[in-house]
Design a protein around this ligand. Structure first.
Ligand code: FES
Length: 176
């Protein structure tokens, strides 16, 4: 199921761990990226075969973590933190502004598939509140103006799918 480039990355990942099942989390990440941002039961089975564990085990792990998605997400997946620090610094207002800008409520994807919006718990960057992530990029110390500019520039991009959705896993990759 992996692309030729994805297969190379799978090989690279498996070499890093003493047991195949230790590579489960990064493999799920890789599969999710290859499948444009979400996992399916076929992908979970495929990962189970690679890791030599049961599909039930893989499903249990994948459904435990909120970073794995099981339904299609937009080309730009916007995740806004509204936990305490961010909320005190205007996180709720940022979320409301995004809902208005994108024309969708949190938890939804726009009909054209461009943007998904999600309200999330602490992103571990409280010192830079309010914070959001777009795909894998952090955007910190947000203001209404910054958010508007970012969304406008993303909406103008012509790329079919963000290039970084297919990661480079090298020796020094911080992915795992
Ligand atoms: S509360 Fe938002 S990053 Fe921690």
């Amino acid at each position: 199921m992996f692309s030729p480039e994805g297969k190379k990355q799978v090989e690279c990942l498996l070499k890093r761990y003493p047991r195949k099942q230790n590579a489960l989390l990064p493999l799920l990440h890789l599969a999710q990226r290859e499948n444009r941002g979400y996992l399916t039961s076929e992908w979970l089975k495929h990962i189970a075969e690679i890791c030599e564990v049961s599909p039930t085990h893989v499903e249990g792990v994948a459904t435990f973590y909120t970073m794995y998605k099981f339904k299609p997400v937009g080309k730009y997946h916007v995740q806004v933190c509204t936990n305490v620090s961010c909320n005190l610094c205007g996180g709720e207002k940022i979320l409301e502004h995004l809902e208005e800008l994108l024309g969708i409520h949190a938890g939804h994807t726009a009909d054209d598939g461009q943007f998904s919006l999600e309200e999330v718990e602490c992103l571990g960057a409280c010192s830079y509140a309010p914070v959001m992530i777009v795909n894998e990029d952090y955007h910190e110390n947000l203001t209404i103006e910054k958010v508007s500019e970012l969304i406008e520039s993303l909406a103008k991009r012509k790329e079919e799918w963000p290039k970084r959705i297919l990661p480079v896993i090298g020796k020094n990759s911080a992915m795992v």
